[in-house]
Design a protein around this ligand. Structure first.
Ligand SMILES: C[S@@+](CC[C@H](N)C(=O)[O-])C[C@H]1O[C@@H](n2cnc3c(N)ncnc32)[C@H](O)[C@@H]1O
Length: 272
């Protein structure tokens, strides 16, 4: 496990995934009944963008710092949470900010330093359980939740070559256990062939109601670069496609350099 999110916090991919995550959470919070969120790859929870790790890559300069400098009204809710939460909020901090008294979350993080940081943040918080265990394993153990409604957020590091395969397997397994839950999984886009192979694997698994939202900062011609990223949503909420299109467009307008091939797409991979 070499991946440390502190080097990448607040980059364009974080802005994209976190703005969409907040939309999904707000949807769940519209109804009074309690919900559960499983964050399978939680990271450290909060990130100091002035710390040496973040400064070394300075990825936030082409991500959240640009969005703050040129704020779009479509991103008001996400940017408001970023401003309110202080240090750049990772997924656990954003999720926690939306939970109400009767909601719960569980975070899984395998790296001991990051899971210890998470424990520190949520030590006295009865709504949050922190597990230093594999998020893949949690898909077979922590869902379905007793609340019977909720979101599973899957944000793997994509360190290993077979991570797309593992993700597809995890989604199939998780969906088999919590068929009406919302699943949201982030993935990198380097070359399209890998991504379309992943989509095809999911379709074979027989899952219904899948939407993929993708953002490309440039043409996907150089497989050695992070040319874009996607968020795959299973059982997305009502009118998510339209909102996701607006959010992805606003993020791209904020962070993009107008490179050839930049754009967004919202693809329905399987009907309801
Ligand atoms: C992309 S980062 C997560 C960022 C976080 N979701 C956020 O949005 O702020 C991926 C994290 O997964 C952790 N990790 C790697 N393999 C894991 C596994 N099998 N189970 C749980 N966490 C894992 C890494 O240590 C890393 O912190």
């Amino acid at each position: 496990m070499n991946y440390r999110h502190a080097y990448h916090a607040g980059n364009f991919a974080d802005c994209f995934k976190h703005a969409l995550l907040v939309d999904l959470l707000d949807w769940l919070a519209r109804k009074p009944a309690g919900f559960f969120v499983l964050d399978t790859h939680a990271g450290a929870g909060r990130y100091d963008l002035n710390a040496p790790e973040a400064q070394r890559t300075d990825e936030a300069a082409r991500g959240i710092r640009r969005l703050i400098a040129r704020p779009s009204p479509v991103l008001d809710r996400y940017l408001g949470l970023v401003a309110r939460l202080g240090l750049y909020p990772g997924s656990p901090a954003l999720i926690r900010a939306v939970l109400r008294e009767n909601d719960r979350m569980a975070c899984c993080e395998l790296h001991p330093a990051d899971s210890s940081a998470l424990r520190g943040q949520f030590r006295h918080d009865r709504s949050v359980a922190v597990h230093e265990r594999s998020g893949w394993e949690a898909l077979g153990a922590l869902i379905p939740p007793k609340e019977n409604r909720g979101l599973v957020f899957i944000d793997p590091p994509f360190e290993s070559r077979d991570e797309f395969f593992t993700l597809a397997g995890g989604l199939c397994q998780g969906h088999g256990r919590f068929g009406h839950g919302i699943f949201a999984a982030w993935y990198p886009i380097k070359q399209m062939a890998t991504v379309r192979g992943f989509h095809a694997t999911l379709a074979q698994c027989g899952i219904r109601d899948i939407v993929a939202v993708e953002l490309y900062v440039r043409a996907t011609t150089d497989p050695g670069r992070l040319n874009g990223c996607g968020l795959l949503a299973i059982n997305p909420p009502y009118q998510f496609e339209a909102r996701a299109r607006a959010i992805a467009t606003a993020v791209l307008e904020g962070v993009g350099d107008g490179e050839p091939g930049a754009g967004i797409s919202v693809i329905r991979l399987a009907d309801e």
